[in-house]
Design a binder for this molecule. Sequence first.
Ligand code: GRG
Length: 279
Amino acid sequence: MAWAERILTLVPGRNGQAIAYALQSPGKRVRPALVMAAYRAVGGVSPAIAGVAAAIETVHTYSLVHDDLPCMDDDDLRRGRSTTHRAFDVETATRSGYLLVPIAAMVLAQASRDLVLPPDTLGKLAIELFQAGGAEGMVGGQWLDLEAEGRTLSLDDLREVHRGKTGALMRAACLLGGIAGEAGPTEMDALRGYGEEVGLAFQIADDVLDATSTSAILGKTAGRDAALEKSTYVSVMGIAAARREAAAAARRAIEHIERAGLPSSALAALAQYIVQRES
Ligand code: GRG
């Protein structure tokens, strides 16, 4: 049974329904794709890697549910549907977001058992995922982002926001694949470098799409950054230069894996997709 359905038996009532709603909403699944591609790039072959991919998507899903709340970005539309607090209510969405974090831990532990990894490796996976999701990563970045609303950030400060808010989980996705595949230090360094660059590329591309696309295509409200007076690559350097920065970061990402001799057309294709995507 898929996790999103098991949740309905583990978490009763409206909270479980809201969690399943959020997990089953049609996201692009970029972080899971990075986990799987990184795992295969270092020689991993087990289909049970999908559980590790599901764990990081669960953390990402919690972040989207909370990001959309009235106390944060206050949005109505996500992945082409009503945000969780609009489909349910603010209290249920808030609780569901928090509940998704221990669910991610359970999914990760189950995946580690299915992959028959030593207990020490589960520890490494958990530290990577939850550090990236915490104050040093996603939560810290989001915090900086909220504090910066209405202020003009320097490019260095903006990079710091992006590194935490979006980049930390992208980098972790690549490292989780490497850890699960028992990669060596050179491979891990290459995945770290690749993950940092695709994380930056992803958020710059996101800034460009927010300024240039429509809510119908994005499945979330376009023009939100300008409405919230956020500093973005677009507000700092304009659309054309931001596109060039994103493409350059994607190229640097690919160079990291090529230099390490990691044979991964999937990682290269994902770096291209991240900057060429339309939603
Ligand atoms: C308490 C300060 C504090 C934070 C809580 C809400 C939160 C944690 C973090 C927000 C992180 C966030 C939403 C970052 C934006 C990253 C981003 C570009 C998300 C969109 O990712 P996609 O395009 O989405 O991969 P889909 O829908 O395709 O999965």
